[in-house]
Design a protein around this ligand. Structure first.
Ligand code: NI
Length: 165
């Protein structure tokens, strides 16, 4: 099922203004919904493609053999038409249930380096952000995924919005 499937009414574009309206002449209202979730995990930045010296000079303290932890904040943004009956883009309970079972349970309190997702890739927060995006993109069909933003610290965050066309 794709996210368009819940649309009950056909939508026609208005040529002069570019907005969509339905057969009753009402404009369709597209909205964004963002929701934040917290989880903790550890990682060590180390690439098998580089020597120990190169790893140390590239990653500095983040290459420490024992790794270190972060309290990550992940912000998921989805979009869609505001449903006529519910007044919502999608039900937050559906989004919460999906993120909790597919993302937080997967990465929370894990050593990211030991996970299958990072068998070939360095578990940087950029790569973790992409992994989370791919999971939501593949499995969550109640709304359209716009982007995933992952905060590693108060000072750093990363954003991924899919492959550029
Ligand atoms: Ni780190």
């Amino acid at each position: 099922m794709n996210h368009e499937a819940k649309k009950i009414y056909p939508v026609y574009p208005c040529v002069p203004c570019g907005k969509d309206f339905d057969f009753m002449g009402s404009f369709q209202m597209k909205a964004h919904l963002s929701r934040r979730y917290l989880f903790s995990a550890s990682h060590r930045l180390h690439s098998d493609a580089m020597s120990d010296e190169e790893n140390h000079s590239t990653y500095g303290k983040c290459n420490n053999p024992y790794g270190h932890g972060h309290n990550y904040t992940v912000e998921v943004t989805v979009s869609g038409q505001v449903d006529r009956q519910t007044g919502m883009v999608c039900n937050l309970a559906d989004l919460d249930a999906f993120i909790e079972t597919q993302v937080l349970a997967r990465f929370g309190h894990e050593n990211l380096n030991t996970l299958r997702e990072f068998a070939q890739e360095v578990p940087t927060t950029e790569n973790l952000c992409i992994q989370i995006y791919e999971i939501v993109q593949r499995g969550f069909h109640f709304a359209h995924l716009e982007r995933v933003r992952l905060e590693e610290t108060m000072m750093n965050s990363f954003e991924y919005a899919g492959r550029e066309a």
